[in-house]
Ligand binder design. Structure first.
Ligand SMILES: Nc1nc2c(c(=O)[nH]1)N(C=O)[C@@H](CNc1ccc(C(=O)N[C@@H](CCC(=O)O)C(=O)O)cc1)CN2
Ligand SMILES: Nc1ncnc2c1ncn2[C@@H]1O[C@H](COP(=O)(O)OP(=O)(O)OP(=O)(O)O)[C@@H](O)[C@H]1O
Length: 202
């Protein structure tokens, strides 16, 4: 990828915007068959018993567009015995959460998202999670994550209990040496990729 340089005359927010554009363009070029096999690999890691154990609570996400993963990943996690929470966008504040109750329990939400139809548990539901799978466009060696730029996850993750694993999910090529960062960015504790599995930062 043509990586946007770190021009000191540009703000971090502007540099982030340039990274997002490149990363999204790169993702759109990934053939469907590659996406499909990468999604299977992610599911295999998540149900290996080394990342999540049956009975644990996982905040996951329903992948949209070219994001890594699949709706099947949620089914696989549930079948494995994990309790799966999904994010619900309610405005500009932190995300709300609802239980994943099967593929028929999703309805269309904003930005082309699919969201759970059940009861909303409130933003603090995140505190019962053992692990949060965080959608990301890229992550760096220090755990800095680049998201879509709406700030939903940064606002939500500030509330997680200490000890909660924060796992960015990206493609193997989306781990970089150093990404632009701002003070509100919440560091990930690990990254999960299809081919390398789980890499811990701390
Ligand atoms: N799957 C998923 N769920 C998520 C997020 C995410 O990044 N991915 N979010 C992370 O904060 C929150 C929602 N925020 C979002 C903010 C912007 C866009 C967005 O720009 N969507 C594109 C279309 C996406 C595509 O097709 O690739 C758009 O509306 O043009 C999506 C989600 C909560 N749920
Ligand atoms: N904890 C916070 N409190 C208030 N505003 C915040 C907070 N975190 C992020 N923001 C605001 O949200 C906007 C987007 O932030 P940023 O570019 O870091 O998003 P992102 O992490 O890439 O996206 P997302 O979290 O939605 O996936 C910024 O304008 C930022 O000021």
């Amino acid at each position: 990828m043509a990586r946007p340089g770190s021009d000191p005359s540009q703000s971090a927010a502007h540099t982030k915007w340039r990274w997002r554009k490149e990363l999204l363009a790169e993702r759109r070029r990934v053939p469907g068959a590659v996406r499909f096999s990468e999604a299977i690999s992610l599911s295999t890691h998540l149900t290996s018993g080394r990342i999540v154990r049956p009975g644990q609570t996982v905040c996951a996400y329903v992948p949209i567009g070219s994001e890594p993963g699949s709706a099947q990943m949620l089914e696989d996690l549930a079948e494995f015995g994990a309790r799966v929470l999904l994010p619900v966008v309610t405005g500009n504040g932190p995300l709300d959460w609802g239980w994943y109750q099967g593929r028929d329990s999703l309805r269309p939400g904003p930005y082309g998202l699919r969201e759970p139809i059940g009861e909303l548990l409130g933003s603090f539901a995140l505190r019962i999670a053992d692990l949060v799978l965080v959608p990301a466009l890229a992550v760096d060696r220090e755990g800095v994550r680049l998201g879509r730029g709406a700030g939903h996850y940064d606002r939500s993750l500030a509330d997680t209990a200490t000890g909660t694993h924060l796992v960015a999910v990206v493609r193997d090529q989306e781990i970089f040496e150093a990404l632009p960062t701002e003070p509100h960015d919440v560091r990930m504790t690990a990254v999960l990729t299809p081919n390398r599995g789980l890499l811990r930062f701390v």
